[in-house]
Design a protein around this ligand. Sequence first.
Ligand SMILES: Cc1cc2nc3c(=O)[nH]c(=O)nc-3n(C[C@H](O)[C@H](O)[C@H](O)COP(=O)(O)OP(=O)(O)OC[C@H]3O[C@@H](n4cnc5c(N)ncnc54)[C@H](O)[C@@H]3O)c2cc1C
Length: 339
Amino acid sequence: MSASTPENIVIIGSGPAAWTAAIYAARANLNPLVFEGEPVGTELPGGQLMLTTDIENFPGFPEAISGPELMDRVKAQAVHHGTRVVSELVKQVDLSQRPFTITPNYSGAVTAHTVVIATGAAAKWIGLESEIRLAQQGGGVSACAVCDGAMPFYRNKRLAVVGGGDTAMEEAMYLTKFASEVVVIHRRDSFRASKVMANRVLTHPKVRVLWNSQVTEVLGDEFITGLRLQDTVNGSTSEIEVGGLFVAIGHTPNTKFLGGQIDTSEHGYIKVAPWRTSTNIEGVYAAGDVIDDYYRQAITSAGTGCMAALEAERWLAHHGIGEAPVLETGESSIAKAEV
Ligand SMILES: Cc1cc2nc3c(=O)[nH]c(=O)nc-3n(C[C@H](O)[C@H](O)[C@H](O)COP(=O)(O)OP(=O)(O)OC[C@H]3O[C@@H](n4cnc5c(N)ncnc54)[C@H](O)[C@@H]3O)c2cc1C
């Protein structure tokens, strides 16, 4: 790793997208280098799955697998095939000239012919100590209903959803399949969500809305038992018994370190070509939740991580760099991609 010898491929991030990209790149003899990040608040190397317990929907684990264990295993698989790992956050990149320059927090800058950005999108949390503690220990607090809502733990209980946008509406509707009641807690007196989504929630017989309310404490030591609420208008406090809390107040794509060099959507998600992971800069690919405000799942992140590595591999092969074999066009639809 030196500024004078460009890397074939640098992968930034450490969730399912980054490690899958690394597995593919390592197996293609590209000797990938991964910057896996550092612990900062709820952002941990290993990504969002480090904040959850049982993963029941990742193929291959019929008995479920814990989020941290799954991430340990995919990282180990990438390292086993020859991936090198730097446990630092990338603080900036220079994509204006080739090879690209990647600068981490502490060690020296590296240059690279191709870059995969797989830095995810941080789920926003309310920010309470009790909330994060229960989320980390599998105590009934989550930021993803589609991921966790179907677990037996949440069945036939009163579940709370915090938020007022489309995501919160989707989460609330999804939870009506399992909950005895869904209580949507919102700080204001009307939803920000689209009218259609809001109406669906407001007219659902299992849903109740607590307007002008915010959660100030999640109650329970090992498992959630209830919430302490504050009225945002008159400041009065109350408590409600719940068997689960789903925080649905949005995500922040981790793209700040790119300094605006990559095109993003109005919400900050990196724009990629249709059914590709290529960005507006040739040789720079993006994968996982940082490009995805729609599915936000481990398996879709892993899928786009695979795509990014294959596209980078083909770009390198096309330019005669690295050891990537030149694949016959027509071998797969992706092999026909322009590099
Ligand atoms: C509570 C919860 C439960 C979930 N449960 C499930 C589930 O059961 N099943 C499922 O399929 N999905 C689940 N998800 C969604 C799933 O976690 C995400 O879709 C998936 O982790 C996204 O993967 P990713 O590779 O895009 O990156 P992420 O998992 O978001 O990880 C990216 C990581 O990259 C690192 N990083 C960020 N910036 C930098 C930088 N500048 N330099 C270096 N590194 C950086 C950080 O460590 C960050 O954590 C859950 C999400 C949450 C929040």
